[in-house]
Write a protein that binds this ligand. Structure first.
Ligand SMILES: Nc1ncnc2c1ncn2[C@@H]1O[C@H](COP(=O)(O)OP(=O)(O)O)[C@@H](O)[C@H]1O
Ligand SMILES: [Mg+2]
Length: 253
């Protein structure tokens, strides 16, 4: 609610459009469009797998993963429910009924890396430091529930150290490089967004890694949950995130 009071953007569409204005951020953003029959048709045929999500959703609620079948046909999944369709018409009709009059977006699907057969993504926390500069204060993986298509903590995802999730995918040296790249990206996103929204004090970036370890921005949150970092055994990130947060809250008073 606070985010609304501060006039921070809630719409995933507005946030995506804003980030696309930056040349250095743009290449991390998967093709994202408004839900419509023609966009659905173009995107499902171009990408094979897409995510359909409410423009103003949170916690993974209402998120749908849709795919073309290997031979023919289509399917989509939300929560733990999977539906199959023989034709594009039937597939679209069912999705249109499900989305109703609410505004949804379609995004190119990222084939997220897996750990123990479960998909995971990464959350990067960026906050204003005591000195007033942007700083990436936390990075954590979120391992999705085995039967779900989202990784959110509130949808059964498990926050875990990125070292645990990534050690079988890349060397410690490459992991350090990737972490640095994501931290730099997070800071760049925060400073870019602050030009339009001067009140921003923190952002939480959801990053998906595909099978070639390329990072993709799934979304940016204006009111990220600081407590997921408390799930890590090592409390250093959690302590820093909370220290910076207390400072911001004090400044606001
Ligand atoms: N384009 C995508 N490719 C792969 N996974 C996605 C994509 N979009 C969303 N997801 C999965 O769904 C989750 C929720 O989507 P997100 O856009 O972050 O919405 P919310 O605001 O509900 O968190 C993500 O954390 C990720 O696990
Ligand atoms: Mg999210």
């Amino acid at each position: 609610m606070k985010a609304v009071k501060d006039n921070l953007p809630q719409s995933k569409w507005l946030k995506t459009k804003l980030l696309l204005q930056s040349g250095s951020i743009k290449r991390y953003i998967p093709d994202t469009r408004r839900f419509s029959k023609s966009n659905l048709e173009q995107m499902i045929y171009s990408y094979g797998m897409i995510y359909i999500k409410p423009e103003r959703g949170t916690y993974g609620n209402g998120v749908i993963r849709a795919e073309r079948g290997e031979q023919q046909g289509f399917k989509y999944q939300y929560e733990e429910i999977v539906r199959h369709f023989d034709t594009f018409e039937a597939f679209h009709k069912s999705l249109a009924k499900k989305t109703g009059s609410r505004s949804y977006l379609i995004q190119k699907g990222i084939h997220l890396l897996k750990h123990n057969s479960r998909r995971f993504d990464i959350r990067v926390m960026v906050q204003v430091s005591p000195k007033g500069a942007w700083e990436a204060t936390g990075i954590i993986g979120r391992l999705g529930h085995p039967r779900k298509i989202v990784t959110n903590y509130h949808s059964g995802g498990k926050p875990m150290a990125i070292e645990t999730l990534l050690h079988s995918h890349l060397s410690p040296h490459r992991l350090a490089q990737l972490t640095e790249e994501l931290n730099v990206l997070g800071v760049r996103m925060a400073s870019h967004m602050r030009k339009t929204y001067p009140k921003i004090q923190k952002i939480g970036v959801d990053i998906g890694l595909d099978r070639s370890l390329t990072p993709w921005i799934i979304e940016v949150n204006m009111n990220p949950d600081p407590y997921i970092f408390n799930q890590l055994k090592d409390k250093s990130m959690y302590k820093k995130v909370m220290r910076y947060r207390r400072l911001q809250l004090k400044k606001k008073q």
